[in-house]
Design a protein around this ligand. Structure first.
Ligand code: GBH
Length: 505
């Protein structure tokens, strides 16, 4: 293929940030050590049937103890940027900053110091879904349903800026707000497991069910305000001296029309991305929710921002973050469905009208591989927000059969290399041919980890973690390939013998 012949000569900019990503509850373990209090995920994993195989993140990758080795490994691989998240309950076990946990502060200082000594820049996500339990167990509204969360998050963020801001220069307020609002308050499959969108067996005991999607809108609204307030604090109090940057990280799939000659299907794709990415990013850029959402969401379920709130939200970012994994076909139905994101009145599908599968499946049933969709999404963001500065904070894949494969087979993850190669090539085209301003790329994930509802049974890492043998790490071929990419700043040669994407089409 021409693409792969020419791509090896294409260099990324010298300042392009290549990195790998993780999140606290997914890698740390040490759940009851060092003064850490319980988070909503500690509770959730204990509910029978919620996590595949009954797995938990209590030990996970044991990053809590093994971080020195992980930092050394990254240094050896030449990884220069590391995205991690802070565990709020490790830093502030009671939630608020008046009683902080020195052991938690020491732990993150140690990690950050080790990274900096190894020439690796820390990129810190303040919230990757592990809310302190104290803020969920309340007599009034719990968790993100409570407007007090705006001040509570600001207090936590302020503590982090003050404590770590001399060393951490890249901050991400929230990881994927749509995931932890829809999945946790709509579908009830993430902590704290509330369902306001539909009735399923697992919802009934939570007292949810029946109401049409109210809580995802309430929680999203509060999260957007919490983001804006924390960014305001950073900009007003810290940015001039600390000279860092802050933004939010929002996930989106890319959507293609099920029938490419049907204008309703075509329009529904844009609507769908507006509901997914625009839901959170339009407020940050324009100061309000997208008109499409205002027009389509019934019963005043979409909340409104006051004029003062709009002022605070608008411009509350230094960069836009995006997580991207997959694409789907969209068929306009005109009917409100039940899946999350139902309001675009369209169904998402892996097959189009003619029965064509959009791309091969990963090990996760939601992940269908369509590399060109990455380029499409980056262009959509570029156009909608008038050429913003973008960081890709997550992109990656689980390999079919990998979890049950013997170690040596799992390490030969050509499937993952092909995914990365094809996706990164499309990002490169978005940059060099379409002029999209992508400044960095973080592979999800540095290593296999606790994959939320899939537990330890689905692997996304470039490094294998042997959960049966003291969490021993083994670099997979994809890790070696990525290392080569980073060091040459060029996409390494395509291996013509392994054209799985081509074959699957
Ligand atoms: C990322 O989300 C997360 O940020 C990261 O923590 C995680 O490890 C990584 O994905 C890999 O899974 O259950 O059928 O409703 C990616 C976007 C959005 C993908 C929600 C899974 C749930 C599908 N995710 N989606 S379903």
């Amino acid at each position: 293929r021409d693409d792969f012949v020419t791509c090896r000569h294409k260099k990324f900019g010298d300042d392009f940030k290549w990195g790998t990503a993780t999140a606290s509850y997914q890698v740390e373990g040490g759940w009851n050590e060092g003064g850490r209090s319980r988070s909503i995920w500690d509770d959730f994993v204990e509910i029978p049937g919620r996590i595949d195989n009954g797995d938990t993140g209590q030990v996970a990758d044991d990053f809590y103890h093994k971080y020195p080795q992980d930092v050394a490994m990254m240094q050896k691989l030449g990884i220069k940027n590391f995205r991690m998240s802070f565990s709020w309950s490790r830093l502030l076990p009671q939630g608020s900053s008046d009683k902080f946990n020195q052991q938690g502060v020491d732990f993150y200082n140690n990690v950050i110091d080790a990274l900096l000594a190894a020439g690796i820049e820390p990129w810190v996500t303040l919230y990757h879904w592990d809310l302190p339990k104290v803020y969920n167990d309340q007599t009034d509204q719990g968790g993100w349903l409570n407007r007090n969360m705006i001040d509570r998050f600001n207090d936590y963020a302020d503590f982090c800026f003050k404590t770590f801001g001399s060393k951490v220069k890249k901050w991400i307020t929230f990881n994927e707000p749509q995931s932890f609002t829809w999945l946790a308050y709509g579908l009830g499959i993430h902590a704290p497991g509330r369902c306001s969108s539909y009735q399923a067996d697992h919802c009934l005991k939570d007292g949810g069910g029946g109401n049409t999607q109210t809580e995802p809108y309430i929680t999203s609204h509060i999260v957007i305000l919490a983001h804006a307030k924390a960014v305001q604090t950073y900009k007003q109090v810290y940015q001039a001296t600390q000279k860092g940057e802050i933004g939010m990280d929002v996930a989106s799939a890319f959507y293609l029309p099920s029938d490419q000659d049907n204008q309703d299907d075509i329009d529904a794709c844009d609507t769908k991305m507006t509901f997914e990415y625009g839901f959170y990013v339009d407020p940050l850029v324009f100061g309000d929710y997208p008109d499409k959402m205002k027009n389509l969401i019934s019963d005043n379920r979409l909340l409104t921002f006051t004029d003062d709130e709009k002022k605070m939200i608008k411009g509350s970012f230094d960069f836009l973050g995006v997580n991207h994994y997959y694409s789907k076909y969209i068929q306009y139905t005109g009917k409100v469905g039940r899946d999350y994101g139902d309001d675009p009145r369209a169904e998402q599908n892996d097959y189009n009208k003619t029965g064509h599968l959009i791309g091969p499946y990963a090990d996760s049933n939601w992940l269908t591989i369509y590399p060109e969709g990455f380029r499409g999404l980056l262009n959509w963001i570029d156009k909608r927000y008038s050429h913003p500065k973008i960081y890709v904070f997550e992109n990656g894949v689980s390999v079919p059969g990998e979890s049950k494969a013997p170690l040596l087979t799992a390490l030969k993850d050509q499937f993952r290399i092909n995914y990365y190669k094809d996706y990164i090539l499309n990002m490169e085209k978005a940059i060099s041919e379409d002029g999209v301003d992508v400044r960095g790329y973080f592979a999800w994930a540095l290593m296999d980890n606790f994959e939320w509802t899939n537990g330890l049974g689905v692997r996304f890492g470039m490094v294998y973690v042997d959960y049966q043998n003291s969490q021993t790490r083994y670099v997979k071929n994809s890790g070696l390939w990525y290392s080569q990419l980073i060091q040459s700043n060029t996409i390494p040669d395509y291996n013509p013998n392994l054209k799985f994407i081509e074959e699957a089409k």
